[in-house]
Design a binder for this molecule. Structure first.
Ligand SMILES: [Mg+2]
Length: 266
């Protein structure tokens, strides 16, 4: 039985969800064990709130805290919004992105600038899932053109001057308000937990990619799930007693990583 003041914070794609088919079957027994023990499982992802709440429903985690859009949206337990956009924020971001694209003569496309069908074709998602992926509240996803790589640094500088940060994925890049990342979002959730309960939970975090580095630095115990692309890191504290690297990829690697630390927690 895990300690009651434990909190799990996890990336989704490639960490809890299979890199190829988004399945999570191999993680279900551990998810079920955590649910019975009352341990929160916080999804922390680049996905939108509507994608995350749909996945919460499928995994029996409705009403739990979550972090969406790489930290631009933070929702505490019981659907309390701790960080999110104010009215007009997203419009201003789109205006700035259009301006910078013109000034630097860039060719990128955005999720908001195309249809559900186009996003479905780009991502391999079903059309309804592509629609949920386009329902962004505080960030934008770009399909970057490799021909513009010589202007990537200039793009990042202009975004910073306008008050935005850039998270580079593989094919897709994410633009979000400056100062937001997965680590800052987790600290916000822990502060909220402490304000309400007077205690700070012990955290186990799981991730598989470079944009999980801040997540893995913000937790007590870190699981690097074996991935298919570049790994997270370097980590601020990479001691083997704090960081476990799984042998299996998602979703089996997720179960492996959580049970590794639950076992040593007993
Ligand atoms: Mg991932």
């Amino acid at each position: 039985m895990p300690a009651p003041d434990l909190m799990i914070v996890t990336d989704l794609d490639g960490t809890l969800l299979d890199h190829h088919d988004y399945s999570f079957d191999a993680a279900v027994p551990v998810l079920e064990r955590l649910r019975r023990a009352g341990v929160p499982v916080v999804f922390c992802s680049s996905k939108t709130p509507s994608e995350i709440t749909a996945l919460q429903a499928r995994t029996g985690l409705v009403g739990q805290a979550f972090v969406a859009e790489n930290g631009a949206v933070v929702v505490g337990g019981g659907e309390r919004v701790l960080a999110g956009p104010a009215t007009g924020d997203l419009d201003r971001m789109h205006t700035e992105l259009d301006r910078i694209r013109d000034e630097l003569d860039l060719g990128f496309s955005t999720f908001s600038g195309v249809t559900d069908e186009t996003v479905a074709a780009w991502t391999g998602l079903a059309p309804d899932a592509a629609a949920a992926a386009r329902q962004r509240e505080a960030s934008e996803v770009l399909l970057w053109h490799a021909a513009d790589d010589d202007r990537a640094d200039a793009f990042r500088q202009q975004l910073a001057a306008a008050g935005y940060g850039l998270v580079r994925g593989g094919r897709f890049w994410h633009v979000l308000p400056a100062g937001h990342d997965k680590g800052a979002a987790i600290r916000m959730l822990l502060d909220d937990h402490e304000r309400r309960t007077g205690t700070v939970p012990r955290t186990i975090g799981l991730g598989d990619g470079p944009n999980d580095t801040e997540l893995l630095d913000a937790v007590d115990l870190a699981v690097v799930v074996r991935g298919h692309g570049p790994a997270p890191g370097p980590l601020a504290d990479d001691r083997p007693e704090r960081v476990h690297r799984t042998t299996a990829p998602a979703p089996l690697g997720w179960a492996e990583g959580v049970t590794h630390f639950l076992r040593s927690d007993r």
